[in-house]
Design a protein around this ligand. Structure first.
Ligand SMILES: Cc1cc2nc3c(=O)[nH]c(=O)nc-3n(C[C@H](O)[C@H](O)[C@H](O)COP(=O)(O)O)c2cc1C
Length: 210
């Protein structure tokens, strides 16, 4: 009897409020590619799950140490982000950075990650070793337009021992305009989804066994 490995789980996070926008278009392309490769993939709009910014956790937690912000973040983070083997973040460029939705998503992780949270040791363990990727879209198109976001995700990956496996930038301003991006970002996003768990990754350190 052969035991087949269970499919890898990919979570696509869309960090724009526009359902039919460019981030959502790139996210849908990642989903198509990942499904074609046999991955188990789901997509979530961060917007649907956030009603508040991170607060002072010491003031905010209830008697059991739980976050008091009553929105969908806890469910999205604990039930979909932590179990995923890979996460693709799709964000518009807002003021040369990621959207507020994306930033608040990262900020709110702190509520579960901080030592003052009862389950933080488990959260810290489960957050590690994911594959992460970034998809951005913007009106401007010079090469450095999304570098601030790329750098931030790289630092996130370094800190959490994740693997930053790829980034795609899409050119577009109107809803779904990225479909006409002459640089083919939608096709690149689909390829990224298809290769998400297979794409070679190499980040050497001096003492890496080779
Ligand atoms: C608040 C805000 C800030 C923006 N800042 C920039 C920017 O700094 N540079 C840029 O090229 N486009 C900027 N844009 C345009 C968006 O990046 C662009 O329209 C993007 O494709 C939107 O993606 P979406 O359809 O997923 O929302 C901004 C748009 C908004 C609403």
């Amino acid at each position: 009897m052969t035991v087949s490995a269970s499919p890898r789980r990919l979570l696509v996070l869309v960090a724009s409020p526009r359902r039919d926008g460019n981030s959502a278009t790139l996210g849908a392309a990642v989903v198509r590619g990942a499904q074609a490769a046999g991955s188990e993939v789901s997509l979530a709009f961060i917007d649907d799950n956030l009603d508040g910014l991170v607060r002072d956790c010491r003031e905010c937690r209830d008697e059991q140490g739980r976050c008091r912000i009553e929105d969908g973040f806890g469910g999205l983070f604990l039930d979909r982000f932590l179990p995923a083997d890979g996460v693709a973040l799709c964000t518009p460029v807002y003021w040369y950075g990621m959207s507020g939705q994306a930033k608040v998503f990262f900020d709110r992780m702190f509520c579960y990650f901080a030592k003052s949270h009862a389950g933080s040791a488990q959260v810290r363990e489960r957050i590690k070793r994911k594959r992460v990727a970034l998809l951005t879209s913007s009106e401007e198109i010079y090469p450095a337009i999304a570098l601030g976001i790329v750098h931030q995700l790289q630092e996130y990956a370094r800190y959490t021992h994740s693997r930053f496996i790829g980034t795609v930038h899409g050119w577009g301003n109107g809803r779904g305009e990225v479909m006409r991006d002459p640089q083919g970002s939608v096709a690149a996003a689909e390829a990224l989804g298809r290769e998400f768990f297979e794409r070679p990754y190499l980040d050497l350190q001096m003492d890496t066994p080779r």
